[in-house]
Design a protein around this ligand. Structure first.
Ligand SMILES: Cc1ncc(COP(=O)(O)O)c(C=O)c1O
Ligand SMILES: N[C@@H](CCCC[NH3+])C(=O)O
Length: 436
């Protein structure tokens, strides 16, 4: 994120002091540096261009989906990965080019598949046998066709949190390669004249730091592609290697740069193609976190301070697991600063608590800050991915606002949810008469 400190000791994001954003929109507020989103997108896109490899960089919109975000993704020439009617609806609202939209999901409903077929999206990533049956019936009834990728689990155990591992055999996602399920699924799709198999897909997990998991998965997929070339005379036009590229949340994290991830994939695909005289497939990737994660931060106002002598000092913020569930769900770690007093010396350790009725609603267990005061402004960094998109209304808190900063200007792109909007879906109860 493009951030500096001004003469008043204020954190400045994309040319705007954090305090100004907090005063204009209130807290908690997610702030995105649009320039950083663009830099991240370009790091991937330009690496493929420089290496002269045909590619699609599909932004995994689950990381942060909003109309404004998808407009930026469109401007950067990205493709888009959606996993639900809601994400597809957002894409259509943003007038995202439909042919560049790919749909995922391990339990796509008939309504979701119908919406995808009606919208004529670019392709569906087929995940299971039930989906093959639904989709086959749907294209038959609609007298239409659809491009598909086959999602396979290559049997890779990447190094990340168990909850965000997806490439291992024991996974709810995709067809298992080793048991022959993937081949069975492939032949069903291959024999269906209305479904065109463009290629294979795998996604080994999320927040992955080493290139080795990706290159190993690439090799496994090539082994299968070579088998199917011999057996079915099938040549994959596309090899989608998913997302999962890790980012730095704290100093403990040591990810590769985005171009290094892309280069590792490109080199492996080129090598495998050359070794087996396999026509170079188009490489598709699906980064979510790597596009938006470090482009976003969250601003909070500090409230209650509770010092437990000899144990720790809790400082509560005006948000918490409702705007960032990742610490509670994955024990995810973050870094934070006092955005209104950047030049003050850090002197004390604090535990930053959310305001939900849960002891586990902690944003950071241990962060060194200057002596805090009520109403100080706390900035938690790298909350751009899976923050707003996983936000919830626990304890009936409204969702926080989202602000974009760019070229010294700020704009609201998602309005704060007001408490009286929390009941907008609620219907009154009418006492039913007892049946005699
Ligand atoms: C199929 C698929 N593609 C892409 C992504 C995006 O992952 P990340 O945000 O880690 O890049 C995910 C989430 O892990 C996913 O499940
Ligand atoms: N939501 C997760 C990652 C899962 C990505 C989607 N498959 C996170 O915050 O890290």
């Amino acid at each position: 994120m493009n951030r500096t400190i001004n003469g008043d000791g204020q954190l400045v994001i994309g040319g705007i002091p954090a305090q100004e954003i907090a005063e204009a929109y209130g807290t908690p507020v997610y702030v995105y540096d649009v320039e950083r989103i663009r830099e991240n997108a370009r790091a991937f896109v330009q690496t493929f261009e420089q290496q002269k490899v045909p590619a699609q960089v599909a932004y995994a919109s689950k990381a942060f989906s909003s109309v404004a975000m998808l407009q930026v993704a469109k401007e950067e020439g990205l493709s888009l990965d959606v996993v639900s009617e809601g994400e597809l609806h957002t894409a259509l609202k943003a007038e995202f080019p439909v042919e560049k939209i790919h749909m995922h999901g391990n339990n796509k409903s008939l309504a979701e598949l119908q919406m995808a077929v009606d919208a004529r999206i670019g392709c569906i990533v087929v995940d299971n046998f039930y989906e093959i049956a639904l989709l086959s019936e749907l294209v038959e009834q609609n007298n239409s066709t659809m491009d598909v990728l086959l999602r396979v689990t290559p049997g890779i155990e990447a190094h990340t949190h168990d909850y965000i591992l997806t490439g291992q055999e024991d996974s709810k996602f995709g067809f298992d390669l080793s048991s022959g399920q993937a081949e069975k699924a492939f032949s069903l799709l291959h024999n269906n004249e209305r479904l065109h198999v463009k290629g294979l897909h795998c996604h080994i997990g999320s927040q992955i730091f080493e290139a080795s998991g990706f290159t190993l998965a690439t090799r496994k997929l090539f082994t299968t592609m070579k088998e199917w070339r011999n057996k079915f005379q099938f040549i994959a036009e596309v090899l989608n290697l998913g997302g999962g590229f890790g980012i730095r949340y704290t100093e403990e994290d040591d990810p590769l740069s985005l171009d290094q991830y892309a280069l590792a994939l490109i080199n492996e695909v080129k090598q495998q193609s050359a070794d087996s005289a396999y026509p170079l497939p188009e490489i598709w990737i699906e980064p979510g976190r790597a596009i938006v994660g470090d482009a976003g931060l969250t601003l909070y106002t500090l409230g209650a301070i509770k010092e437990i002598p000899g144990i720790r000092t809790y400082v509560s913020v005006d948000g918490g697991m409702t705007d960032n569930i990742r610490p509670a769900l994955y024990q995810a770690k973050y870094d934070a600063v006092l955005a209104n007093r950047m030049n003050d010396k850090s002197s004390k350790d604090y535990a930053i608590a959310g305001k939900c009725c849960e002891s586990g609603d902690m944003l950071l267990w241990d962060v060194e800050l200057p002596e805090v005061e009520h109403n100080d402004l706390l900035a938690v960094f790298s909350t751009g991915a899976y923050g707003y998109s996983m936000a919830n209304n626990y304890n009936r808190f409204g969702k926080a606002a989202v602000v974009f900063v760019e070229n010294g200007t700020h704009q609201l792109v998602v309005r704060r949810e007001k408490f009286d909007e929390i009941t907008r879906l609620d219907l009154s109860y009418t006492k039913q008469k007892e049946l005699k």
